[in-house]
Design a binder for this molecule. Sequence first.
Ligand code: HEC
Length: 113
Amino acid sequence: MISIIRTRNIRRHSKLQLLATLLLALGSSEVSYAADMIKGGNLYAAHCAACHGASGVSVMPGAPSFARSERLLQPDMALLATIKSGKKIMPAFQGVLSDRDILDVIAYLRTLN
Ligand code: HEC
């Protein structure tokens, strides 16, 4: 009889542990942010490909080719700032895309080479 109760207690305990682990996992996935490459690719096709090319090979004179990693040797935050403010012919994307959207696009740019 006692052993049955003990087994139940252990089962209940491990269920609680599982629940706690799940909650921790859910909580941490909200805190850390992984770039959404699919979304980044879709945004790139809609907003950037006209000049930088569908596969990152520039179709506009003066626009860098991301397929050759041109201008990508800089931190994400530097690229974010440039994309938000625009550069010469390139329009500013502040107010068009959110920072998170632009970071998704940047993650996608880094896959094009
Ligand atoms: C109207 C054409 C056009 C569009 C649309 C465009 N770009 Fe550009 N982009 C350019 C040109 C031209 C340059 C080169 C600017 C220069 O340095 O003279 C450039 C430069 C860049 C650079 C290099 C910045 C640097 O540090 O020199 C990045 C990164 C970039 N574009 C990303 C993007 C992204 C991401 C998008 C879409 C959200 C986008 N561009 C949309 C034309 C465009």
